[in-house]
Design a protein around this ligand. Structure first.
Ligand code: C2E
Ligand code: MG
Ligand code: MG
Ligand code: MG
Length: 283
């Protein structure tokens, strides 16, 4: 009897695995299709300069839409894209969309693009970025690349070399989700990053936990002392905005400041004088 039960338990388990495999395969094939058909979208979230009180740059966030309202979160499909060798294609698509837009934006606005460490190490990405900027006539300082803290640990020296070339060419480099990984101060010194994006975990707890504010202040001071900038991620309330400002962060990003919007809507939402104001100017 026990043996029988065991066997049927195995069967259920096998069926679960088979179901998961089928599901994964479907997702994988759908991802391959959407990448091939250039069916991904790029959204942009505003980032507020806490010293000038002006939105002066935007982070590009890739979107895989499925129907009107829903989308597959990048945290679900970026790792898959990395696993099946599609991340370079995804990255190239986002980069070219962003460069095309940047060329039309006023000169004092910048953009950030998330980059996977798998895109680095063979020099191809560097070449793409530098050529892309040149062809579009965009100054390199207007483009910022964001890499997560894990690059410090996992990337080889070839990837580090690519980062060095990009920084030498004038691009800005940000360390994303800073504070929750394993980076050491030594790496901060060695690698050419010039911005720390402080993980939203610290921001979300800042109202109820004095320790989080202390960490924010400390990271902001670390950035200052290393001649870097800092951005507080995940600012969702007015209170959080005032605390991160008081903590000395240079920039703030989050739903309270602005939601991600389609890349093609940035122009109208942020750069055009509102129609009412225009009418008033003409009056
Ligand atoms: P990230 O680079 O840290 O991007 C910030 C994430 O926080 C975005 O999630 C954004 O929508 C979300 N967010 C912004 N403000 C708030 C807030 O106030 N509260 C909360 N709870 N969340 C906020 P999203 O778009 O789902 O992206 C998740 C991650 O996927 C990104 O984290 C980034 O690591 C990765 N990713 C997104 N686009 C790309 C891309 O084009 N290439 C690569 N390699 N990775 C990407
Ligand atoms: Mg980012
Ligand atoms: Mg982040
Ligand atoms: Mg993240």
């Amino acid at each position: 009897k026990a043996k029988q039960e065991k066997r049927s338990a195995y069967r259920v388990f096998d069926a679960d695995i088979a179901k998961e495999d089928a599901e994964r395969k479907r997702t994988k094939n759908a991802l391959i299709r959407v990448v091939e058909n250039q069916g991904l979208d790029v959204f942009c979230q505003p980032i507020l300069n806490l010293e000038t009180h002006r939105v002066d740059h935007f982070e590009a966030l890739v979107r895989w839409h499925q129907g009107e309202e829903s989308y597959v979160p990048p945290s679900n499909f970026i790792p898959l894209a990395e696993e099946i060798g599609l991340i370079a294609k995804v990255g190239d698509f986002v980069l070219s969309e962003v460069l095309r837009s940047l060329a039309t934006w006023p000169n004092d606005y910048r953009a950030c693009v998330n980059v996977s460490v798998l895109q680095l190490g063979d020099g191809r990405f560097v070449e793409r970025v530098l050529n892309g900027l040149k062809e579009a006539g965009i100054s390199p300082h207007r483009l910022e690349l964001e890499l997560t803290e894990s690059v410090l640990m996992s990337a080889g020296s070839a990837a580090h070399e690519d980062l060095r070339k990009l920084r030498d060419a004038g691009l800005n480099l940000a360390l994303d989700d800073f504070g929750i990984g394993f980076s050491s101060f030594g790496y901060l010194q060695e690698l050419p990053f010039n911005k720390l994006k402080i993980d939203r975990r610290f921001v979300s707890e800042v109202e109820k936990d004095e320790g989080s504010a202390a960490i924010l202040r400390t990271i902001a001071a670390l950035a200052d002392n290393l001649d870097m900038k800092s951005t507080a991620e995940g600012v969702e309330t007015a209170q959080q905005l005032s605390v991160v400002t008081a903590c000395g962060c240079h920039y703030g990003q989050g739903y309270f400041i602005g939601q991600p919007i389609p890349l093609e809507d940035v122009q109208q939402a942020y750069f055009e004088i509102p129609k009412v104001a225009k009418a008033a100017l003409n009056a």
